[in-house]
Design a protein around this ligand. Sequence first.
Ligand code: AMP
Ligand code: MG
Length: 494
Amino acid sequence: MTAISIPFANSYAALPDRFFVRQAPDPVRAPALIRLNRPLCDLLGLDADALSSDEGAAIFAGNAVPEGAEPIAQAYAGHQFGGWVPQLGDGRAVLLGEVVGTDGLRRDVQLKGSGRTPFSRGGDGRAALGPVLREYVVSEAMHALGVPTTRALAAVTTGQDVIREGYLPGAVLTRVAQSHVRVGTFQYFAARRDEEALRTLADYVIDRHYPEAARADNPYTALLAAVVARQAGLVAKWFGLGFIHGVMNTDNTSVAGETIDYGPCAFMDIYHPGTVFSSIDHGGRYAFANQPSILQWNLAQLAQCLMPLIAPDGDKALALAQAEVDAYPAAFEAALIAEFRAKLGLATAQDDDLSLATDLLACMAEGEADFTNTFRYLANRIEADPADDTDPASLFNNPDAFEAWAARWRARLSEDGRAADACAAALRDKNPAVIPRNHLVEAAIRAAEDNGDFAPFNALVEEVLRPYATRPAGSRYVRPPAPDEVVQQTFCGT
Ligand code: AMP
Ligand code: MG
């Protein structure tokens, strides 16, 4: 026990026993705090000063369990790379409990890398430092970029090595999420034909995330429709940032619509729709441009799970569930059009706007242009930024093709009739200057792993927290990797 108090208000641990296993975190040798997320502490109503102490490090390592915590490992199943696994579950994580934040939202506080659980299968229950740092910096960047995501509250080193390709320093991430209910959680009970548990879970999710669905004629079709809408919006935002999740298994698809389970994820530098980073994604199942259709596949799995709740008659249930899944492509396209209208600085809607965007993407792929910087520097065509007036055409191997596109874009913008300064400001408010580029993430991990030097990691976190501020031309946080810095592969680190 510890003197630091966390105002836990747990609801998942009150669900039936078969939803989880009670499991305390397994203490580690030498907890040391790498970083504490103070703004997130404030949002959760936690005392950041108290938590930045050794006692806080002990909590974040699982060595001290604060009063009110009810640590559990959650049960779930899932399709991994399309293959069905009837039991996964938290094999290296425990949910300490839930905290209702100062904004009134309930959030999970979970330790990831906190030791073995009954769901560990062959694994050691631990996390290596590299993936913990990657999840910290990328999830906080996503939050700063306005993407629904789990958050990182703290990261600690454990003073213990883990065995992966060799010996690596171990770490624990404290993750905060609107919940950890996954499509795979529904699949777990559906596969067991446990309709009572399915109903309990669906009612729990409606109550926690989609209370408006409770008032619908059919709350379970309304739940499905709401998840479809949120997930469509989420993946459209990934698309607008060149983000590749890397492991969109159904167990990594959050029912609350947050980006979750950052593994071999990465942002693209040069745009290409077929980009894959994950070392285990041999077939390119989760390649950048496949993400929208993979999501539909995952949503169809959720729909199937919900069918017994939607209607007692199988044919009727199928028709109702299918209708919600069929609504997905149009929902995704609408979200994508809205995303790219904003990225192109368009203030009004016209029918051809999506093709204006996709034609730019095609031109970028052809011209091997950097995704982030192409969009960021579009504003310089409207009003040059004195701090960095790089011309977007300079990013293309085919500048003539870009110029032809840019002429169309300017003509389209003039139809909006928006003032140049307002248009340039809107473009810079939407298109980030700084994302956690893969080579910078890798360099930060290298320094931490090899030399125990967390300065590059901390500096990178600080930078990604203000993604829209212009940096001086040539800043290392803005420039794409040099050829010898390009990261070809990322690893999930399990
Ligand atoms: P992930 O790839 O992190 O989404 O994990 C997929 C599944 O493998 C989940 O059930 C995890 O809990 C489990 N898992 C991943 N790494 C480990 C590990 N080192 N020890 C035990 N279980 C693990
Ligand atoms: Mg997972």
